[in-house]
Ligand binder design. Sequence first.
Ligand code: CP
Ligand code: NVA
Length: 301
Amino acid sequence: MKNFIDIEDIDSNQLKKIMAFSARLKAERINISKGTKDFKKYLTNKVVALLFKKPSTRTRFSFEVGIFQMGGQTLTVSSNEMQISNFESMSDTARVLSQYLDMVVLRTDNHSDLIDLANYSSIPIINGLSDKSHPCQVLSDIFTFEEIVGSIEGKKVVWLGDSNNVCNSYIQASNKLNFELVISGPKEFLSSEIKSSPKYQYEMHPEQALQNADLIVTDTWYSMHHTKEERKLRQEIMQKYTLTHDLVNISKKNCLVFHCMPIYRNNEIMSDVADKFFEIFLKQAENRLHVQKGIMKWCFS
Ligand code: CP
Ligand code: NVA
């Protein structure tokens, strides 16, 4: 039994194994309707709770459908329907949930909830996004890159904009999977996790950062956990990091653009650039389903 909380906790061979297994699961579903269960149902007789302290579209639906296809059952609950929104501690909640459930996926605005849940549960815990990281998204992104281009090892990835939770998981992945990662965004927003990372490259000017890039990744300027004041400040300072066609053209000829969605058009990315790469964003979203199935299988191995 294993938890999937952060990419930095997982050995690179294990990450590659998860992606290889996910590719197999994806291949087995070609020409199979979405509501048909997998040939081998790895979650038979398992019940999984999806707990959300924040809104979600992709994470919620991809986990629900994935668990269904794997033969398991889901319970999706918003945290404000639970006693954790009242006064009950995550550690007590963890011990209680372990009596009913086989696994929990948690989305939270406080990463320490995940740590408490993992420390006090006797079942696997998956990080469905926290203020610190978004490992399911980033492993799915790397799977998507490798599906289209081939191995990410040695490639140049540029993160443009707010160095947020998704960016932090990219940093962890670059250390594990040996790709070059350059962060380009306002220095004042570099998170403490990023600043304390043993290995990160920073370039203030996007025109410099994007030279020779194989992949450009951007995301919303303000994440779900940011306050009104933090959002206002970001909106004022981020302007030079909007991804335009001119910026994309600085990178390599066949450079990919990723966005985990939801998109704020004409903020972090111009609407026409988003339209040009939208098919790729859809592949990222689709692969959440396949890669999370690989992650869940790994958690029970
Ligand atoms: N990318 C992502 O995690 O999307 P949701 O917030 O819709 O789950
Ligand atoms: N950084 C964004 C990602 C949303 C999927 C957020 O945390 O809101």
